[in-house]
Write a protein that binds this ligand. Structure first.
Ligand code: 5RP
Length: 235
């Protein structure tokens, strides 16, 4: 089973958690895309749900699939968010943001009673950090913010090379919120909670890709199908 088939297997298992009447957060990325496709099939067959998309890409896909959409203004509390991740550690801390949607993804996950993370087997790691940590920043004051980020990281652990994510034609990648993303190659993150706290305190940092205490279930696609892991003290 290749990685994409594993993603689809995880997405298919997550569908079992969706019940009629639920208010859902809809994640972003290639794994979440499988979930939205499958949810669209159910919605067209009569399943009654409403969704809050975590990106403009997911909004377009969900609309095309026939899924009813809402906003966090109309529906500030959600039952369940289903989203992918770039890395998942055994304590259920995550790195997200590889697809550039981390700010909306975190707002939507935080507004949800539960978050199910769907990943292929390669995303489960002993320690976070091999995947460069996405940090979403305001373009204003970028140089000063970058220095402050480096200082904040160094106060907690060894820092590493920072790269401004590139978009088209030599321009920085711009998020749905109009921000830029710095990818911090840290190699290993020993204390995700402490690092998350330090980064959140930097003015100009809009959000970072460390998701702590948000995921309650992780579904991991593997060569033999999907495996479900529940966090011991579930939210
Ligand atoms: C987007 C994300 C994605 O969930 C993450 O990048 C995983 O993507 P994929 O499912 O394509 O591997 O955080 O901001």
């Amino acid at each position: 089973m290749d990685a994409d088939a594993q993603k689809r297997a995880a997405a298919a298992r997550a569908i079992d958690y969706v019940k009629s009447g639920m208010r859902l957060g809809l994640g972003t990325g290639s794994t979440a895309k499988h979930f939205v496709d499958l949810l669209g099939e159910r919605a067209r067959a009569g399943l009654q749900v409403v969704g809050v998309p975590t990106s403009e890409a997911t909004r377009a896909q969900a609309e095309a699939c026939g899924i009813a959409l809402t906003t966090l203004d109309e529906t500030p509390e959600l039952d369940l968010t289903i989203d992918g991740a770039d890395e998942v550690a055994p304590d259920f801390s995550l790195i997200k943001g590889g697809g550039g949607a981390l700010l909306r993804e975190k707002i939507v996950a935080a507004a949800s009673a539960r978050m199910i993370v769907i990943v292929d087997g390669g995303k489960w790691v002993n320690k976070l950090g091999a995947f460069a940590l996405p940090i979403e920043v305001l373009p204003f004051g970028y140089g000063a913010t970058l220095r402050a980020i480096e200082k904040a990281i160094s106060g907690v652990q060894k820092s590493g090379p920072m790269k401004l994510r590139q978009g088209r034609e030599g321009h920085p990648f711009v998020t749905d919120g109009g921000h830029w993303i710095v990818d911090a190659a840290l190699g290993r993150i020993d204390d995700p909670g402490a690092l998350a706290h330090a980064l959140s305190a930097v003015p100009g940092v809009m959000e970072h890709g460390l998701f702590i205490d948000l995921a309650s279930i992780v579904i991991i696609g593997g060569p033999d199908g999907a495996k479900t892991v529940e966090r011991p003290a579930s939210r």
